[in-house]
Ligand binder design. Structure first.
Ligand code: HEM
Length: 503
């Protein structure tokens, strides 16, 4: 008996030791196993540059390198063999995958596994009937004029009661005391706004003291770790860590516990008070759906969709506008003409009359899309319109960042920031979704597009009319991005703020 138990103990130790060793070697091992599964090795120039990271000698960001490769490809499509990933910047292919053969290009199991713990069965993470149900329910609600005015009220209130006082408090300060990271401010702003809109809950991240909200911290952590899972070379590592409940996966579990508790508490209070008085999305969905876990999942997808994207769009807009005084003046002149000097927009609809502002926002997202690339998985062997063979199971990525840099789509001045390209006789004219898939296109087009545009334009207008922003070094000709699901400036957007006279 003793012999048996000591043998068992030894086996257990040996198992733990091997597991530990595997974890220590895991990134390399995972890469090796992944390559084995996909393709033993590839000595083509692109795969070699990818694996050896030699692309980083010539390009600041991976997306700049991909943009270069896509420009050089005659079909505007490339295949990274070692990743089993087709990347395209060809509008015909994009129309084909997002619309013509939509059913053959779902989000797929690999992504729903990665995001499943955080997003559950939320719209962002499901395909098929479950997606259809949520899309129909959400579209119905988002089309109502009552929700538009609710969104408008939230945004105006967040700007007037929090954003403006905060910037005034920094205005005129010099040196380090006055340096403000606008990217951080925009993330706080968009989190407060999207939480109130979707949940009916105000995390108050943009209070003057710039507090740390437990919910925001948990939400950030869960988003970051989910993004790291998505970027890992193989899912093996995070799956082992999750099974053993260690490291980042342990933190993820704790973050999700906090989010779940809060969601449950909000729902409990809503049921207690009654749903009819509330205007937020969750209260609206609660009238149709009973299952509380499902409700939680639906709303968390909205928070994820509407937070970092809006903050990212605002960050690049202010980065570009700081370098283009003529664009700041044109936005201000239009606002004075349409709304009257120092007058604020009064409704969602009045924002629509600001054509130049809309053009400037579209132009900024053309060059710096909040979602730089987006992937689907091919279900059955297929051939793209440009002749590329797409094998079943291949990850297929469309690349809005590269597309904003294509001469054949935007002309020889494609690298310039020129809002005028969106105007015909002073009227804003949109572009085909498949040439400009910033909000995606086809059947899964972004459901929050109108809300996002209203929010972005409201902030741009209010801040540009009242403040000067001076970029603080170090600044490069192109921003450096952090890896992640949404485009984020690696060093933030550091500025000095000055209030304009008479504002
Ligand atoms: C500038 C801001 C935004 C951009 C650039 C953007 C972009 C996108 C993109 C590219 C997708 C497709 C993602 C995919 O299927 O993988 C998407 C989907 C979605 N977006 Fe947005 N979004 C923005 C803001 C918002 C906001 C504020 C909301 C919520 C109010 C929102 C709600 C959604 C939802 C619910 C989906 C899922 C649609 C579906 O799967 O059918 N988005 N968005």
């Amino acid at each position: 008996m003793e012999l048996q138990s000591s043998w068992l103990l030894h086996t257990l130790y040996a198992f733990c030791f091997i597991l530990l060793l595997l974890l220590l070697l895991s990134p390399r091992l995972a890469l090796f196993l992944y390559l084995l599964r996909l393709k033993l090795w590839c000595s083509c120039e692109i795969c070699e540059a990818y694996l050896s990271l030699s692309w980083a000698k010539s390009f600041d960001n991976l997306c700049d390198w991909y943009a270069h490769l896509l420009k050089c490809s005659p079909t505007r499509t490339i295949l990274i063999h070692v990743l089993g990933n087709i990347i395209t910047a060809n509008p015909e292919n994009i129309k084909y995958m997002l619309k013509t053969r939509f059913d053959n290009y779902p989000k797929g199991k690999p992504f729903s596994l990665i995001l499943g713990d955080f997003l559950g069965r939320g719209i962002f993470n499901v395909d098929g009937d479950m997606w259809r149900f949520q899309k129909n329910m959400a579209s119905l609600e988002l089309d109502r004029s009552s929700i538009r005015s609710y969104a408008f009220e939230i945004v105006r209130c967040e700007i007037e009661k929090r954003l403006l006082p905060l910037l005034v408090s920094f205005s005129g300060k010099e040196d380090d005391d006055g340096v403000l990271d606008l990217q951080d401010i925009f993330r706080r702003f968009s989190f407060d706004s999207i939480c109130q809109f979707s949940f009916g809950l105000d995390p108050e991240c943009l209070q003057l003291s710039l507090p740390l909200s437990e919910f925001a911290v948990a939400f950030d952590l869960a988003s970051r770790i989910s993004a790291e899972r998505a970027m890992a070379v193989s899912p093996l590592v995070w799956k082992i860590k999750r099974r053993l409940n260690i490291g980042s996966e342990k933190k993820m579990k704790e973050a999700i516990r906090i989010i779940d508790m809060l969601a449950q508490e909000v729902m409990r209070q809503k049921r207690e008070i009654g749903l009819s008085t509330h205007k937020d999305l969750l209260s609206r969905f609660m009238r149709t759906v009973e299952d509380e876990t499902y409700l939680r999942d639906i709303v968390i997808s909205f928070l994820l969709a509407g937070r970092d994207t809006v903050a990212s769009a605002l960050t690049s807009f202010f980065w570009l506008s700081a370098k283009h005084p003529e664009i700041r003046s044109a936005v201000q002149a239009e606002a004075d003409r349409v709304l009257g000097p120092n007058q604020e927009p009064k409704s969602f609809e009045q924002m629509e009359q600001l054509h130049y502002l809309q053009a400037a926002v579209y132009e900024s997202m053309r060059l710096y899309p909040p979602i730089q690339f987006d992937s689907k998985f091919c279900q059955q062997d297929d051939v793209f319109p440009d002749g590329t063979f797409v094998k079943r199971g291949t990850r297929v990525t469309y690349h809005p960042y590269a597309m904003g840099r294509m001469e054949e789509i935007w002309g020889p001045d494609c690298l310039e920031f020129k809002p005028e390209r969106w105007l015909r006789d002073g009227v804003f004219c949109s572009e085909n979704h498949f040439k400009y898939p910033i909000f995606q296109g086809g059947f899964r087009v972004c459901l929050g597009k109108e809300m996002a545009l209203m929010e972005i334009r409201s902030v741009c207008l209010s801040l540009l009319r009242r403040f000067h922003f001076e970029l603080v070094s170090p600044y490069h000709s192109t921003p450096r991005f952090s890896p992640g699901l949404t485009s984020t400036f690696r060093d933030g957007l550091l500025v000095l703020v000055r209030e304009k006279r008479g504002s």
